[in-house]
Design a protein around this ligand. Sequence first.
Ligand SMILES: [Zn+2]
Length: 60
Amino acid sequence: MPHPKRRTSKSSARQRRTHKKLTAPTVISCPNCAEAVRPHHVCPSCGQYRGQEVLSTTTM
Ligand SMILES: [Zn+2]
């Protein structure tokens, strides 16, 4: 099994991890119900995508 010859220094590890971070998800407001929705996704609130209802959101 290959394994590293040297331990990665704290500095190198931290420099590598500066690029590893969470980003806030992009949201737009739904044209039907104004709920925050991710672009190119069906609205989970009203079940519409591009002006058509594609998901039934009626509760039982
Ligand atoms: Zn909606």
